[in-house]
Write a protein that binds this ligand. Structure first.
Ligand SMILES: Nc1ncnc2c1ncn2[C@H]1C[C@H](O)[C@@H](COP(=O)(O)OP(=O)(O)OP(=O)(O)O)O1
Length: 583
């Protein structure tokens, strides 16, 4: 135990990565002799009705009960809430919980009520009488409640609440501060909320109270930013392995017309009588896709932010009780979803970032049973999302990371996520639970230099005519379907649509193209312009290769055919689909 406490108090206490953390975790887990250990174990069984801790829960509880500040990064659905709820029951006074949404708090309060844990909230919809009672309870030595849930807005705006917190602190009744969804503090996080920026006041005013920041997804940079914003000196970071071994990750190419049809087939054939979520881009898509699935005899209902709260909870309830099979939802269907047996999460449209995707797909398989996470990757969707996130500082970069994840054909999908979340990863651990690992070497490497020159020339020509082209127009023009004035001057390609789209995406991701936004009073348009690397193509020695999945499309056959042609007419068509690798 001394060794453990030494670890708590010495050296650089910001520990990241599971391997280092596991050392602490084991030391902590092996220490059953803390003064609170017996009570903690008893409450785990008697109050929460759980037989044992999940990885890192005991460590997190022991650390915060030792007074340490802590960041806990644990995949969605693995039980972060227990890490502050259980210590709250074993401490004097109450724990202050900051949560981003009132609906989230209400779900928690309902659950806590069902297990007889006294918990309350003050938020914008509390009555005066309720608020008064809660504020009085904060300084009551008998602690009528053990958890107090508030929104960050309340902390920022209510002086009365702050004065009561101060009084409770001075009386030794403020046991712990838990900041749920702590990544919302950072603009670099995927869900920045301005009021979270002001939460530094808590640690400045109440320095002796341990703070626990909880999140399912945060890179080390985001956590460093949160640490600064929350004014936490030396937090310990416990990072549970991000890997969800029971989830199978797959990317499919989206051919717009039949995407919903494909999804319906999947649901009918592979997921008969099993619950799932289909994520879509917009509220309108939620309505349309849900109706399409209903027409195909699938019990599906939409869920989005503009629905009445009562309709939303009705859909949620019906889905939880298996009266409907599928929720077709926007991202509004997210926080607070705690259904264990979700067997599939299908993305009709890609997510706007890898963090979002990890969280959305993570709603599958919470019961540890196997589940599928399938993304339909569509060309036009990239630009719809790009214009949606145009105001976000890091929106384009995050979207590009997500697009690169989808476009990838040769790297284990878990490995890509691990790199993104700064995790150490061994590819063997995927266990063929992603499409790339399962289909092994099923890709070809192509020299696309000539194609790149041809398509870049189209955008260059349009620009010289003072015209802007959307990515779809560039595709059409390149395939000879554009206006006659282009057709005369451009080199029309014989590549398939999927190949054309993939090459344009590749050039965008690698800086040969870049985005050019134009705003009208009603909408934002995405045009392609030359990127910083476009000029390199003027150099005869510059070459670009790209990897493309072999079974990706009907194009596959054509790739083979072309490469045969390449061998015949090598001299006249240098670089034409020069398959330099795994044919
Ligand atoms: N030790 C445990 N053993 C079994 N079940 C547990 C354990 N701890 C928590 N759970 C259950 C309770 C909940 O039904 C479920 C998810 O817990 P919860 O705290 O809501 O997850 P979370 O906060 O990590 O997810 P999210 O990121 O979605 O908010 O796991």
């Amino acid at each position: 135990r001394n060794l453990v406490l030494h670890h708590f108090t010495s050296g650089s206490s910001a520990v990241n990565g599971y391997n280092e953390v596991s050392v602490i975790f084991m030391l902590v887990a092996l220490s059953p002799d803390f003064s609170w250990s017996k009570e903690v174990q008893a409450k785990l069984c008697n109050v929460f009705q759980l037989s044992k801790f999940r990885p890192l829960q005991r460590a997190a509880i022991n650390l915060s009960m030792s007074g340490k500040d802590l960041f806990l990064v644990m995949p969605t659905g693995r039980g972060k809430s227990l890490c502050y709820q259980l210590p709250a029951l074993c401490s004097k006074g109450f724990t202050l919980v900051i949560a981003p949404l009132v609906s989230l708090m209400e779900d928690q309060l309902m659950y806590l009520k069902s297990i007889n844990v006294p918990a309350v909230t003050v938020n914008a919809s509390s009555t005066k009488e309720d608020s008064k009672q809660v504020l009085a309870g904060m300084t009551d030595k008998n602690s009528p409640f053990k958890l107090l849930y508030v929104t960050p807005e309340k902390i920022a705006k209510s002086k009365l609440l702050m004065s009561k917190l101060e009084k409770a602190y001075n009386m030794g009744l403020l046991a712990c501060i838990a900041v749920d969804e702590v990544h919302c503090c950072s603009q670099w996080g995927h869900d920045f909320r301005p009021d979270y920026k002001l939460l530094g006041i808590l640690k400045r005013q109440f320095p002796k109270v341990p703070l626990v920041g909880l999140t399912a997804t945060a890179t080390s940079n985001v956590l460093k930013d949160c640490q600064k914003i929350l004014c936490v000196q030396e937090p310990i970071t416990l990072t549970a392995p991000f890997n969800r071994p029971n989830l199978y990750y797959e990317i499919r190419f989206k051919h717009n017309e039949d995407c919903t049809h494909q999804i319906a087939e999947l649901i009918r054939e592979r997921y008969k009588n099993q619950s799932g979520i289909v994520y879509v881009f917009s509220q309108k898509d939620a309505e349309v896709v849900a109706t399409d699935l209903q027409k195909r005899n699938i019990l599906a209902q939409p869920y989005h932010a503009s629905m009445e709260p009562s309709d939303k909870s009705l859909v949620h309830q019906r889905w939880s009780s298996k009266k409907i099979q599928v929720v077709v939802a926007t991202v509004a269907f997210g926080m607070g979803i705690d259904k264990a047996d979700v067997r599939f999460v299908i993305h009709h449209t890609i997510s706007k970032s890898i963090e979002n995707y990890y969280q959305e797909s993570g709603r599958a398989g919470r019961d540890d049973g196997s589940a599928d996470c399938i993304v339909f990757f569509g060309f036009a969707d990239i630009f719809r999302i790009s214009t949606m996130v145009v105001m976000e500082n890091t929106g384009q970069q995050k979207l590009k990371n997500m697009v690169a994840y989808c476009q990838n054909v040769d790297r284990c999908r878990r490995a890509m996520m691990a790199i993104h979340f700064d995790e150490v990863w061994n590819d063997d651990e995927c266990n063929q639970m992603c499409d790339v690992c399962r289909h092994g070497n099923d890709y070809i490497t192509m020299d696309i230099t000539k194609h790149a020159r041809d398509v870049v020339a189209i955008v260059e020509m349009a620009s010289s005519m003072d015209e802007k082209l959307t990515p779809l127009k560039v595709c059409d023009a390149w395939m000879g379907k554009g206006p006659a004035k282009y057709r005369k001057t451009i080199k029309v390609t014989s590549l398939s649509r999927v190949e054309v789209e993939s090459i344009i995406i590749h050039l965008l991701l690698h800086g040969y193209f870049s985005e050019d936004f134009s705003f009208t009073p009603y909408t934002t348009h995405f045009y392609l312009k030359l990127g910083r690397k476009a000029a390199l193509l003027k150099n005869g020695n510059h070459s670009i290769t790209m990897k493309m999945r072999r079974g990706m499309s009907h194009a596959t056959v054509r790739v083979h055919k072309f490469s045969r042609r390449f061998h015949i007419s090598c001299a006249s068509a240098p670089g034409f689909f020069n398959d330099s690798s795994k044919f």
